[in-house]
Design a protein around this ligand. Structure first.
Ligand SMILES: Nc1ncnc2c1ncn2[C@@H]1O[C@H](COP(=O)(O)OP(=O)(O)OP(=O)(O)O)[C@@H](O)[C@H]1O
Length: 269
């Protein structure tokens, strides 16, 4: 089976856009959030365009996880607006979240169940029937290179394979927007490259829109939409070349250093 034979993982006719194709996959407008007196996000605004890879770059404490918690409605909004393909997460949460798949930073697989059982359990939570779940799971496991591991217990997988399984699980209900929060933490260099390659192919081959949060500069490519978040504020948006031009610097490291005033650079550690 080739990629062309597979259903487009990101496209679900039931979740087709209601209006024009110009609607952003994810729109964040004027979002602020505080934990008591501690401000975590301040007037954050940016958008993820359909079928694009947007990298949200920030050092530890920048506010990435807080933003993920707001997008997924783990936390309630204090101010601002978030919408997914035009559906407001506060006023139309069902419609909005149906179009969202999430891979959270901590692993959330059941280690004692098989790969297929993990997927079927999750599909049942989404109300997907057994036959349909099996068919979608088979397709997704092929898509992410785990078809031969369907019967294995999850605890026998490598860290990178577990992450890929979490991506397959996040795509089971055919969301058009995939949110991954520091998905490569704990993986070695090869597993990181492998994982990010899979995610990039979901964008180019299947039209999935991706928001990828990271503190690692080497996970960002020249063609990505980049959002630099620092101490809860968006300091720059756009492609690396644009940000470098805007800051009068050469390349991402220098631009980041200039924008944030910090020498603490995220490397491939
Ligand atoms: N439950 C909490 N109570 C109080 N402050 C918090 C809480 N969670 C996060 N913070 C603070 O909010 C700010 C943003 O944290 P957040 O975890 O969103 O950043 P992050 O970019 O995800 O960092 P990391 O990569 O380390 O997870 C930090 O100053 C953090 O200390």
């Amino acid at each position: 089976m080739t990629v062309a034979d597979l259903p487009r993982a990101g496209i679900d006719s039931a979740a087709a856009p209601r209006s024009s194709a110009a609607v952003a996959a994810l729109s964040i407008e004027g979002v602020s959030y505080s934990y008591g007196a501690r401000r975590a996000l301040h007037d954050v605004s940016f958008a993820v365009q359909p079928a694009s890879f947007t990298a949200l770059l920030g050092l530890n404490g920048a506010g990435k996880s807080t933003l993920v918690a707001l997008i997924t409605r783990l936390f309630g909004l204090q101010s601002g607006r978030i919408s997914i393909f035009g559906d407001d997460i506060a006023s139309a949460p069902g419609e909005a979240l149906r179009q969202l798949g999430v891979v959270f930073q901590p692993r959330t697989l059941d280690l004692d169940l098989s790969v297929m059982q993990n997927l079927q359990y999750h599909a049942a939570l989404h109300g997907i029937g057994r036959g349909e779940a099996r068919s979608r799971a088979d397709q997704l496991l092929t898509r992410i290179g785990l078809a031969d591991r369907a019967g294995n217990k999850v605890r026998d997988l490598s860290g990178g394979q577990m992450r890929r399984l979490e991506i397959a699980r996040a795509l089971l209900h055919r969301p058009r927007l995939l949110l991954l929060d520091e998905a490569t933490v704990g993986l070695d260099v090869k597993a990181r490259a492998d994982l990010i390659g899979h995610v990039r192919r979901l964008v180019t081959d299947d039209g999935v829109s991706v928001l990828w949060t990271t503190h690692l500069f080497d996970e960002i490519e020249a063609s990505d939409d980049l959002v630099i978040l620092h101490h809860g504020e968006v300091l720059a948006r756009g492609a690396i070349a644009k940000i470098a031009t805007d800051t009068g610097t050469e390349g991402l490291h220098a631009a980041f250093r200039q924008l944030t005033g910090t020498d603490h650079l995220g490397g491939a550690s």
